[in-house]
Ligand binder design. Structure first.
Ligand code: FMN
Length: 196
């Protein structure tokens, strides 16, 4: 195991001007500042047909799975779509199972057009738990995303956060992913194990 964690961000938005992708850029920048190797897995650049269990080696599935498996920690970002997470992210998620997520630290982020992102983050948390990812308690929800940034030429995607606290909350996700990238899975005490 390298002492430099590799952190991969995956965005569930295919939109060119995606706020989710911008926010993940801040997560990755904070992770890099904290010492991680970082990479954005931009799903617009990969051919991922709707996942079909009957078909082996669909599109770029093998490459996407390899990148996910090799990451020590993942930042999963999604727009809120109908109170849940996007089909783009779910399709990516269906390609990746236990082999990719086991022992992987996962941080969650959602951007909403309106005011509510709780169910989206909850759905993501449950499905990542299902493949044994270690989901951080800290998570980021950005409500009314189109009103949260102002134009700034030097900022990520030329978008600077208007609210310092929201920027700090977003950057904290990157720092925590770095800090807990090598989380040791052996944390269950004999007492809690008996109750499992
Ligand atoms: C199909 C669809 C469904 C959406 N459903 C919701 C929703 O249930 N609640 C909400 O607050 N915003 C909803 N939105 C708005 C997006 O969450 C919002 O615009 C988000 O910031 C887009 O992220 P992006 O810029 O990364 O693509 C929806 C947008 C689309 C396209």
């Amino acid at each position: 195991m390298s002492s430099t964690p590799t952190i991969l961000a995956v965005s569930g938005s295919l939109r060119d001007e995606s706020y989710t992708r911008t926010a993940l850029g801040y997560v990755l920048e904070a992770a890099a500042d904290a010492g991680a190797d970082t990479r954005l897995l931009d799903l617009r650049e990969y051919d991922l047909p709707l996942y079909d269990p009957d078909v082996d080696d669909q599109g770029d599935g093998a490459e996407v799975k390899r990148l996910t498996r090799e990451a020590d920690a993942l930042a999963l970002g999604t727009p809120v779509y109908h109170g849940s997470y996007s089909a783009t992210l779910k399709n990516y998620h269906d390609y990746c199972g236990w082999d990719e997520y086991e022992d992987t630290t996962v941080g969650l982020l959602a951007t909403a057009g309106g005011g509510s992102y709780g169910s989206t983050l909850d759905h993501l948390r449950i499905t990542v738990r299902g493949v044994h990812g270690w989901v951080l308690p800290h998570q980021v929800g950005i409500r009314k995303a189109s009103k949260r940034f102002e134009h700034e030429p030097d900022a990520i995607d030329q978008r600077a956060f208007i609210d310092e606290k929201l920027e700090e909350r977003t950057r904290k996700l990157g720092r925590m992913l770095t800090e807990y990238a090598f989380i040791t899975p052996d944390v269950t005490s004999p007492r809690t194990a008996a109750n499992d």
